[in-house]
Ligand binder design. Structure first.
Ligand code: SAH
Ligand code: SF4
Length: 360
């Protein structure tokens, strides 16, 4: 254990240091890792959790990522698009409930009507909240012009996961038309347009190793990423990867542990970025998100989508809270966060300290 204590005390971490931390398996070793991550989080971003109400605007998608339950070729679901009123009502609810920001997420669309619709929605959310609500978008790969229009309309953060930095694995997870290089170009464009840039990966993907994950953290560091959203991969029955992890129900604990270790290592290495405790953690354990906060995350994205749509936005199996409404999510989450001794930063944007430092 002395060697681990010494490793955790380091200021700069090499690829092999990170891979070693990500491979920890003993109970005491993992506890030490989480404790260190929590100390770093407390020192660099504090113990305030920021909420981003997530509006799952539409499950219509023109892409075919092999792992995703709402991929274009899945015919086994009803496709929906929320109306302008439904989206604005959800945003208004967030504003009145003290959530500092909203995230608008959906399947990817590249038609001009979609770009126009989002521009209008972003402007109207800014208007209805008197400019107070922060707006994050998570709408996939778009042109620089579209990113610029949405930024000018008032969006200021964007989430686009790279899913994995291992090019070979990326190829296996996507059809040939989906290119890793395009995704990286989008991240560059987003930064140039002035967004706070968020990315992340799925952990526990079939064939993914601790070495791959360590390279993912290096990718975040080299690309000066401001926000990280990561979660465990969870197979979906209506995808080509449905059998990718045999006996998944028996491996939930392992998947959860892997995702938490990745949050912890990312916190220890990157220090001052925002890290979300993904909803997918809760699909593996009822208190998975709280465990994420204790492993170094500081952002939670409560679902504020109208309950009637939630079952149709199933990116993976066992997605939690599909029956609860936004009010129930709010009180349940507030209690859970209080239980682990943290406070909620109501009415604040809670921007990434990493981004703020760059701006100053
Ligand atoms: N279409 C947009 C946003 C919606 S998908 C985009 O792709 O960026 C948001 C994220 O859901 C993806 O980045 C992916 O990492 C995650 N996701 C999709 N399928 C998943 C699965 N089976 N298990 C875990 N996460 C998944
Ligand atoms: Fe579409 Fe995003 Fe799912 Fe890929 S991950 S199929 S882009 S919703």
């Amino acid at each position: 254990m002395k060697a681990l204590d010494k490793l955790l005390e380091k200021e700069k971490f090499s690829h092999s240091d990170m891979a070693e931390l990500l491979s920890l398996n003993s109970k005491t070793g993992v506890e030490k890792l989480f404790k260190k991550a929590y100390d770093v989080k407390t020192a660099f971003v504090g113990k305030t959790v920021y909420f981003r109400g997530i509006i799952e605007m539409s499950n219509i998608c023109c892409k075919n990522c092999r792992y995703c339950g709402i991929r274009k070729d899945n015919k086994n679901l009803d496709r929906y698009m929320m109306t302008e009123k439904e989206i604005l009502d959800a945003a208004k609810w967030c504003h009145e409930s003290g959530y500092g920001s909203v995230v608008i997420q959906s399947g990817e669309r590249d038609d001009p009507e979609f770009a126009d619709f989002v521009t209008k929605i972003v402007k109207k959310i800014k208007e209805l909240s008197g400019g107070e609500l922060g707006i994050t978008l998570s709408l996939g790969e778009q042109s620089a012009e579209t990113y610029r229009r949405w930024f000018e309309a008032g969006a200021h953060r964007y989430l686009l996961r790279i899913e994995t930095s291992n090019r070979e694995l990326y190829k296996k997870l996507h059809p040939d038309s989906h290119r890793f290089s395009d995704r990286c170009r989008c991240l560059d464009m987003l930064r140039e347009e002035g967004y706070q840039v968020g990315t992340g990966v799925m952990t526990g993907l079939p064939g993914q190793t601790a070495e791959d994950l360590a390279y993912d953290v290096i990718f975040f560091r080299n690309n000066d990423i401001d926000m990280i959203g990561m979660g465990p991969y969870i197979p979906h029955v209506d995808t080509p990867m449905k059998d990718s992890i045999s006996d998944f129900s028996k491996k939930k604990k392992e998947q959860l542990q892997g995702a938490l270790k990745m949050i912890a290592v990312t916190r220890i290495v990157l220090k001052d970025v925002n890290i979300a405790a993904a909803t997918a953690l809760q699909a593996l354990d009822p208190v998975g998100r709280e465990m994420g906060l204790e492993a170094g995350a500081n952002i939670v994205m409560p679902n504020v989508t109208d309950t009637k749509y939630r079952k149709s936005y199933k990116l993976y199996e066992d997605k939690p809270c599909t029956d609860e409404n936004s009010k129930m999510c709010r009180s349940c989450l507030s209690m859970r966060i209080g239980n682990i001794g943290e406070t909620i930063g109501f009415n604040k944007w809670g921007d990434s300290p990493h981004f703020k430092k760059k701006v100053h």
